[in-house]
Design a protein around this ligand. Structure first.
Ligand code: CAA
Length: 286
């Protein structure tokens, strides 16, 4: 790895941010996680602690390594605590305005002009976030998959302004985390979501039209195609708000009807039925 990328920052401690922070800490990197306030920072710590305990329970990690990983993590409610970082990964809600604001702020706060600013966006143009800074050559997409400690892929997304050295440094960083890289152009959805989201939306439309029940749609793909989880369970895992946001970005970019979020998905988001994180989506979780 580029030895200069030792101090890592993660903005956002939700399911993606917490997972990213966990893999950084497990790879031996000093990691600061920034949330909106101290209460949210405590919740992020709880998320990482629970996931590390799960890895220990599954026999994927020994207890001493889990404790060492936790000791490498600092949780804070202030972006200013990222000032001395070499690489900062943004993993907040999939909203272009919120992400743009964070990139503009990070550009001012992160002191090292060589530091790299990374977005975990699934679908928002990396260029747009780069242009919110004075270092678009050092802004790049690094898109992780949920659950982050388990899934081995990252998508690396260079914008038209991203420097080749930034791509190399981030690919080395991904290797340090034990992740396999696929490269994608800076187009909404990149490789995986451009394929996955229309499939999930088709499953929503099937349930919406009464063509089949949610349980049968999922059973069909689990038992008939050996997918680890059916599309509606997967949508619940990703978060229905996130699925809807990615669909909107894809639709805005390509104007293809298959990317348009179906009314049922929009109503569920408006109702706060967001999937696993709220206890109810297409399925119910206790
Ligand atoms: N750290 C390390 N390994 C862990 C772990 C942790 N915290 N937690 C679990 N694991 C390991 C387990 O040991 C197990 O490994 P083995 O198969 O070698 O035993 C494996 O991960 C699966 O874990 P579980 O047995 O606990 O769970 P499961 O078999 O029920 O699988 C699942 C759960 C991993 C979520 C699986 O159902 C799955 O892969 N589902 C599909 C997920 C998917 O498609 N994600 C992509 C979403 S799209 C996205 O994220 C991008 C976006 O922009 C929307």
């Amino acid at each position: 790895m580029n030895a200069s990328l030792r101090r890592i920052g993660v903005v956002g401690g939700g399911q993606m941010g917490a997972g990213i922070a966990e893999v950084c800490a497990r790879a031996g990197l000093d990691t600061v996680v920034c949330e909106a306030d101290a209460t949210a920072a405590d919740a992020a710590r709880d998320r990482v602690t629970a996931s590390l305990a799960r890895a220990v329970g599954k026999g994927k990690l020994d207890r001493a390594s889990a404790e060492a990983a936790l000791a490498r993590l600092v949780f804070t409610g202030s972006l200013d605590d990222l000032a001395d970082r070499h690489l900062v990964i943004e993993a907040v809600v999939e909203n272009p305005d919120v992400k743009t604001e964070i990139f503009a702020a990070l550009d001012k706060i992160v002191e090292d002009p060589e530091a790299i600013l990374v977005t975990n966006t699934s679908s928002i143009p990396v260029m747009r976030l780069g242009m919110a800074t004075r270092r678009a050559d050092r802004v790049i997409g690094l898109h992780f998959f949920n659950p982050v400690p388990v899934l081995p892929l990252v998508e690396v997304v260079a914008s038209l302004h991203t420097a080749p050295e930034t791509v190399t440094a981030v690919e080395d960083f991904a290797a340090t985390l034990g992740k396999t890289v696929v490269r994608s152009r800076d187009r909404a959805g990149f490789v995986v979501n451009a394929l996955l989201i229309p499939y999930l939306l088709s499953a929503v439309r099937m349930a919406e039209s009464g063509f089949a029940t949610a349980a049968d749609v999922d059973a069909g793909m689990e038992l008939g195609c050996a997918h680890p989880m059916g599309p509606l369970k997967l949508a619940d895992l990703i978060g229905l708000d996130t699925v809807a946001s990615i669909a909107e970005s894809l639709y805005e970019e390509f104007k293809e009807p298959l990317y348009a979020p179906p009314p049922l998905l929009q109503r569920m988001v408006q109702a706060g039925l967001l999937g696993r994180k709220t206890g109810r989506g297409f399925h119910t979780y206790v």
